[in-house]
Ligand binder design. Structure first.
Ligand SMILES: [Zn+2]
Ligand SMILES: [Zn+2]
Length: 123
């Protein structure tokens, strides 16, 4: 019962976040312990409802698997992450990228690292 409730709450949080969120972020909105959150996330990942997102900081973040194709802006100062869409012409270049040795490209990941508006003002 409690498990189902946590699961629903997690999916609701991921839906409203509009960016990949960490376990610490999720925990701040939930009244359950870390183990429960990890267990539920793990089962949501296995069920194909949630995707793990990892940037070079190695902190795992989670987002809904059902989101349309998009990319991320990662702030290297405050660790914040934002979802962005790339223009269609860039997306089509990525999918038409010359394939070597018959390699068929099915998907790609492209993340941008820099400073968010808030952090770049402080520099
Ligand atoms: Zn920042
Ligand atoms: Zn893309």
């Amino acid at each position: 019962m409690r498990q189902t409730k946590t699961r629903k709450k997690l999916l609701a949080l991921l839906t409203s976040a509009r960016r990949p969120i960490s376990v610490a972020d999720l925990l701040s909105h939930l009244s359950v312990n870390k183990t429960t959150v990890y267990r539920q996330l793990d089962s949501l990942v296995k069920a194909g409802q949630v995707t793990e997102v990892r940037f070079s900081d190695r902190k795992v973040r989670y987002e809904l698997a059902s989101l349309p194709h998009h990319h991320h802006l990662v702030c290297t100062a405050c660790d914040s992450v934002r979802d962005i869409d790339l223009p269609d012409d860039i997306e089509s270049i990525a999918s038409k990228f010359p394939n070597r040795d018959g390699f068929v490209i099915q998907n790609h990941y492209l993340e941008f690292f820099g400073l968010c508006a808030k952090c770049s003002r402080h520099e």
